[in-house]
Design a binder for this molecule. Structure first.
Ligand code: GRF
Length: 316
């Protein structure tokens, strides 16, 4: 499996960047750091990245409009072939356009247990509030500062004589543990059977009267007391694939689909012509499309009394 290419954006010391970089040196790391970029040409972290043989890029934001600076950064990140961006102490508010371009592929680390203490001075605020537990969070970046979906958190005990500095130092140790692991898990999701099964489950169980059983050792979704409409096939008989199996009209449709994209669609062994396998582990799964497949498959096996009810709703 090719490693996911990550660009790390920093503004200062870059200790989190260093943690990401050194974790990536493990042979089993699912990601590699292909660029370290900064809005601060003097950022200490750039020197370290260079010494470690990582490509770097710096462009001061001074005198540039926010959107123009972001565009320069974006162009360099894409030129480096990065598929993900990891913000690590990047002290810039990002333009909406930049955030949109990296939607679902940009992570940030924040030194608090979000949703507590967004913004700055998180450690002092935790101490002032008398918190006994502080910590750090990794989240996806959305347009709202520090408010994107959480991907991971780590708690850190506050000591009675902690200052903002001493607490910050300890939280950083936790950050350096949390960030590389969370990033590794996140980029691995595209090929993680548990994650892919949970995505299918969420869609399949949202169909009317749907339930889940295990059939032929596979997670299988059907209509309560009725027929099956979806299976998740995980390395079935050692075929090395993670796929969704759904109902189709027959051999002709099956052949047409395989012909249209032979990497994605296949004839599932032991299932015959009435089913097609759709690979979920190619790294580019369109979940809206998978949702349509599952709904169509449900419809193909649902008893009239259920589809009739839906048709009435649909035409209302
Ligand atoms: C970290 O505390 C991180 O949580 C925050 O900025 C700081 C960056 O530190 N977003 P470093 O440059 O990684 O040492």
């Amino acid at each position: 499996m090719a490693k996911a290419r990550v660009a790390v954006l920093i503004s200062g010391g870059g200790t989190n960047m260093a943690a990401l970089l050194y974790a990536a040196k493990r042979p089993d790391s699912p990601y590699e750091v292909v660029l370290v970029a900064s809005n601060n040409p003097d950022a200490e972290g750039l020197k370290l990245a260079r010494a470690e043989g990582i490509a770097t890029f710096a462009q001061s934001h001074v005198g540039l409009k926010r959107a123009d600076h972001d565009e320069i950064m974006h162009n360099h990140i894409t030129k480096a072939g990065a598929a993900y961006v990891a913000l690590a102490g990047y002290m810039r508010i990002l333009s909406e356009n930049f955030v949109e371009k990296w939607d679902g592929r940009m992570l940030n680390i924040h030194p608090s247990l979000l949703p507590k203490y967004t913004g700055l001075h998180t450690h002092q605020r935790a101490i002032d509030a008398g918190d006994s537990i502080a910590g750090c969070s990794v989240h996806l970046v959305t347009a709202d500062l520090d408010e994107g979906p959480l991907l991971g958190q780590m708690e850190v005990a506050v000591l009675p004589n902690d200052t903002a500095d001493s607490l910050a130092e300890r939280v950083k140790i936790a950050e350096h543990q949390l960030y590389p692991r969370t990033l590794a898990d996140y980029v691995s999701r595209a090929t993680n059977p548990d994650y892919l099964t949970s995505k299918v489950r969420e869609i399949a169980l949202a169909q009317p009267e749907a339930d889940e059983v295990v059939s032929h050792g596979m997670p299988c979704f059907g209509i309560v007391g009725g027929k099956k409409f979806a299976y998740v096939s995980i390395d079935h008989h050692g075929d090395g694939k993670i796929a969704l199996l759904v109902k189709i009209s027959g051999a002709e449709e099956q052949a047409m689909l395989i012909d249209s994209d032979a990497e994605r669609y296949y004839r599932p062994a032991y299932f015959g012509d009435g089913w097609v396998g759709i690979r979920l582990d190619l790294g580019d799964t369109d979940w809206d499309h998978i949702g349509e497949w599952i709904a169509k498959s449900w419809r193909a096996v649902a008893p009239k009394k259920l589809t009739k009810f839906l048709d009435i709703l649909g035409s209302a």
